[in-house]
Design a protein around this ligand. Structure first.
Ligand code: ATP
Ligand code: MG
Length: 482
């Protein structure tokens, strides 16, 4: 009896499960991982192989986790290369920001190989191998979608790549990369560097050169223009003539890049230690005005009484903080960049007759809404920006209990730093900033003394004004007390 049951069970197990539709059948087929291992790359057609003895990248400089990943891939019979920024930075003797790995293993194979693997991304499917807070990004070799028969589906009208998930070989993968210096592959099998595109020579010459036709590569992905600027500044390299010439005519295309994608790129642009130089170069090539239209418009306004120094000082401070290993908050920088355009808009609205409190609220909303369309900002960050702006007016009130209330506000520290920045840039008085610095340092008795009302009687006009302001329900502005 048992034998019959076992036979029946085995029979049942061997039956294929019914597939309800052709679509599902296709999905199953495409998702089924390939069990056969791809061949290890031995033939590097046309590439220069630079042996270990002729380059300076050593395993000592590579993170332990990145080594774990590449060694495991090698052991399992896959290709494993370090590629991109880490090879570029190691060749310069700099510590890489992260380690990117590229392999012929498919994402689903990676997810079976590494228990700590997360497959992410729609546009690019990538594997993240997670070691606590350290993440090693592993990409499968890709080929350019231009070789696909369904090319039209992959590009927008302007030539921008929309979808890009075709797997290929190292020989395909290299041509999709942006700059020659970012296309050097460090092979864990023999520690050589594979160079298809003359990346080593450009590296030595300090040149940012696009792989292929510069204009075409920028049209495919306009983000490459700001990457070119970022690398030129960060590495102290020069833009190759072709690259330089192709930026201004294509700068406007940056506006078509999804706002969410630009957030990370912009944070890297301004908050990784080279903000001032990057800002100047972006302006020079007409890229800054696409990223921050309201800021650019405000910078070009003639206003001799208020030199527009907030942006430069904010970037300078961020660069210094980065060099000192202190945290740099994107919302603080955005608050600083957009502050003067916001105030300008308030002035315009008040001049048209709007109440100041309403003008403040409305200007802040308008500026943030417009900016977020270009570069996304999570809601909690835009709220933080508003809070910083709102707190600025409250610093003016130094009498009675208001100062001590402000001090315990959760956003006080950022708002105070912002006040210091305004004082530095000439948009708030240094005396006010100093008063708040002292107020924080002294004891309770001193604080009480500092917040005593002045001897001189207040004018009736200002009393009236205060009563009126207290009544205002809409006063959540940067300049008016609620
Ligand atoms: P860093 O990590 O120091 O910012 P990176 O060059 O490593 O610089 P990543 O964004 O980590 O920059 O990208 C890794 C690699 O992927 C790049 O070096 C490049 O080869 C490729 N790459 C990244 N973005 C693009 C792009 N927009 N177009 C083409 N290739 C790209
Ligand atoms: Mg990188």
């Amino acid at each position: 009896m048992n034998a019959i049951l076992t036979f029946l069970k085995n029979f049942e197990d061997s039956e294929p499960k019914p597939i309800r539709s052709a679509k599902i059948a296709r999905q199953r087929f495409s998702e089924k991982p390939s069990e056969t291992l791809p061949n290890i790359t031995e033939n590097y057609n046309g590439a220069t192989l630079i042996p270990r003895s002729e380059h300076s990248v050593s395993r000592q400089q590579i993170s332990e986790n990145a080594l774990k990943v590449v060694y495991k891939l090698k052991k399992e019979g896959f290709d494993a290369f370090l590629v991109g920024g880490c090879v570029r930075d190691l060749l310069l003797g700099r510590e890489p920001k992260d380690f990117d790995v590229v392999t012929n293993a498919l994402p689903e194979q990676l997810s079976r190989l590494f228990s700590n693997c997360r497959v992410i991304g729609k546009r690019f499917r990538l594997a993240h191998i997670v070691y606590g807070r350290d993440i090693i990004e592993v990409a499968t070799f890709r080929k350019s979608s231009g070789e696909s028969p369904t090319e039209a589906e992959h590009h927008s009208k302007e030539g921008r790549i929309l979808k890009d998930n075709l797997y290929g070989t190292i020989d395909d993968d290299v041509w999709r990369r942006d700059f020659t210096i970012n296309a050097l592959y460090y092979n864990i099998r023999d520690f050589s560097i594979v160079d298809y595109v003359g990346g080593m020579a450009d590296h030595k010459a300090g040149l940012i050169r696009l792989i292929g036709d510069a204009g075409e590569r920028f049209r495919e992905d306009p983000v490459r223009m700001i990457r070119a600027i970022r690398f030129a500044v960060k590495l102290g390299f020069k833009l190759h003539d072709d690259c330089e010439k192709a930026i201004s005519p294509n700068a406007h295309l940056l506006a078509s890049v999804p706002a969410a994608r630009l957030h990370d790129e912009v944070v890297k642009l301004f908050l990784t230690g080279y903000g001032v130089q990057t800002f100047e170069m972006l302006r020079h090539y007409g890229l800054f005005e696409i990223l921050f239209p309201a800021v650019e418009k405000n910078l070009s306004l003639e206003d001799s009484h208020f030199p527009k120094m907030m942006v430069i000082h904010a970037l300078k401070n961020s660069d210094i903080r980065f060099a000192e290993n202190k945290p740099v908050a994107p919302y603080f920088l955005f608050a600083a960049l957009l502050y003067e355009p916001m105030l300008q808009r308030v002035r315009e609205k008040v001049a048209k007759g709007m109440a100041e409190s309403d003008a403040n609220f409305s200007a802040a909303s308008e500026i943030l809404t417009q900016q977020i369309r270009r570069i996304s900002l999570p809601r909690h960050l835009s709220l933080a920006i508003r809070e910083i702006w709102n707190q600025q007016a409250k610093f003016e009130f130094r009498v009675g209990a208001k100062a001590s209330k402000l001090l315990v506000h959760p956003r006080f520290r950022a708002a105070y730093d912002f006040l210091l920045l305004r004082a530095q840039a000439g948009s708030a008085s240094q005396e006010l900033a100093d008063w708040w610095t002292t107020y924080q340092k002294v004891n309770e008795t001193e604080r009480r003394k500092m917040t005593q009302p002045q001897q001189t009687p207040k004018s009736t006009k200002s009393k009236k004004k205060r009563t009126y302001r207290r009544k205002s329900k809409t006063a959540i502005s940067a300049n008016i007390e609620p």
